[in-house]
Design a protein around this ligand. Structure first.
Ligand SMILES: Cc1cc2nc3c(=O)[nH]c(=O)nc-3n(C[C@H](O)[C@H](O)[C@H](O)COP(=O)(O)OP(=O)(O)OC[C@H]3O[C@@H](n4cnc5c(N)ncnc54)[C@H](O)[C@@H]3O)c2cc1C
Length: 403
């Protein structure tokens, strides 16, 4: 499959379907959930009923050999609203964690449970970050110890900033199984959030993305069956043995997985950036100052020209990286990270410019661009900060082991 920007009929149908949902269902609810900071369960239910949320659509989209379906869907949902967009798409991180590390049986058993059904919608959380291990994943402290007598794992530690952390039904948890080996001594587990010993006392209050639940989760001697280990014990033992001998362990495969998931985060950023740009463009045509619409000033229309160009450039990087992932092309220059880096910066910059174009009203909560600006900042932070993307790209292009 060669890279093409031409959308297939299926892509156009998906885009229009998601756009209509974003326009008619997400947008009218955006300000309300931004203010209340509650989870938009009714919107999630509507999405599930429409077929836009659930195991079926997510696994179907993964089949798209052009790789374009995920960025298309994601951009439209986040064009609707960043917080509600993440409430809908956040479960995908846990589902992707299971799909990447689990056996076929584990994928079949657990991924549908992450989403629930249209009548009983569920969400899932991916727990990697910790207070001392956000960018520095190798510094993880949460442990999982194997109890051979009962064939159980015992998990203890604290996870930080988990999307859906306080409301998830299913959790995917990264933990240290062999101290001293850094990230090569870590493994992933899948479990139900009502397992004894798990607590998530409060959700975090954030700068933006208020409709998306974010919470810390505490694990106090949480016992899970041996079958909770994603990939199984045999595979883990072999990986640990290779790591102890100093051989390769699949860390490169994990990096490649990040390269394939980052374009989807880039598409989220583009959705928010495009929403702000479109709003500012319409406003600039309507707003009359000094007797003429402000768009007739080059200072304003050139800003909009730059916004359009930057958003398009970011989208091209995202679409290319998404295609590379689907086509299993090597990310020789960390093109997945490039796409996320660029799209995050463009989202922050474009939403800020949108406030500038709206002037005073842009700074108020009466208009949506200030919310978009608050929402956009996350794209410089999660799924690898701006600096971590630069580090990954710098390593890829230089071959130097930079730290
Ligand atoms: C809303 C939200 C949702 C999230 N959802 C999840 C989730 O679902 N699951 C999950 O596991 N995590 C999640 N996270 C955590 C997120 O991935 C981390 O916050 C992020 O990886 C950064 O880690 P940190 O906050 O510890 O920052 P730090 O690692 O402490 O970084 C602080 C600053 O130092 C910079 N820095 C660090 N190391 C270097 C270096 N080597 N060179 C240059 N600069 C450096 C960083 O770029 C940053 O600017 C979420 C976070 C937020 C805010």
């Amino acid at each position: 499959m060669t890279f093409s920007l031409a959308l297939t009929d299926d892509h156009i149908t998906l885009r229009d379907w998601a756009h209509e949902f974003a326009e008619k269902t997400i947008r009218p609810a955006a300000a309300e959930y931004d203010e209340s900071e509650e989870t938009p369960w009714p919107v999630l239910q509507e999405a599930a009923k429409a077929g836009l949320y659930g195991f079926e659509i997510m696994s179907n989209l993964r089949e798209d050999e052009t790789g374009q379906s995920f960025p298309i869907l994601t951009e439209e949902l986040f064009w609707g609203d960043g917080g509600i967009g993440l409430a809908i798409m956040g479960t995908g991180l846990a589902a992707a964690g299971i799909a990447a590390a689990g056996t076929l049986e584990q994928i079949i058993e657990w991924v549908p449970q992450c989403y629930g059904s249209a009548d009983d919608v569920k969400v899932a959380g991916f727990c990697s970050s910790e207070p001392e291990a956000g960018s520095d994943v190798a510094n993880m402290r949460t442990t999982a110890k194997y109890d051979e007598a009962s064939d159980e794992w015992v998990i203890s530690g604290q996870k930080a900033w988990v999307t859906n952390g306080g409301i998830a039904d299913v959790l995917v948890v990264q933990a240290v199984v062999e101290p001293g080996l850094g990230s090569r001594g870590q493994a992933a587990f899948v479990l139900k959030s009502d397992t004894a010993g798990i607590a998530s006392p409060k959700k975090l209050r954030k700068h933006g993305l208020h409709a998306s639940n974010t919470a810390d989760i505490f694990f106090d001697d949480v016992r899970v069956p041996g079958s909770a280990l994603l990939g199984g014990k045999e595979k883990l033992d072999a990986k640990i043995a290779r790591a102890k001998e100093g051989r390769k362990t699949g860390a490169q495969a994990a990096m490649a997985t990040f390269e394939t998931t980052r374009p989807t985060v880039g598409a989220m950023a583009i959705g928010v950036a495009r929403a702000a740009y479109e709003y500012a463009l319409d406003y600039a045509k309507d707003r009359v100052v000094f007797g003429k619409p402000i768009i007739e000033n080059q200072a304003i229309s050139f800003m909009l020209a730059d916004m359009a160009t930057e958003i398009d450039a970011a989208r091209l990087l995202v679409r290319r990286a998404a295609w590379m992932g689907a086509a299993k092309q090597p990310f020789a220059a960390a093109e997945g990270s490039m796409s996320k880096l660029k799209a995050g910066r463009v989202a922050v910059w474009s939403t800020e410019r949108a406030i500038q174009i709206l002037g005073g009203v842009g700074y108020t909560r009466e208009y949506p661009v200030e919310r978009m600006h608050r929402d956009a900042k996350i794209f410089d932070i999660f799924e690898g900060t701006e600096q971590i993307q630069q580090l990954v790209i710098a390593r890829a292009i230089s071959g130097v082991r930079l730290t």
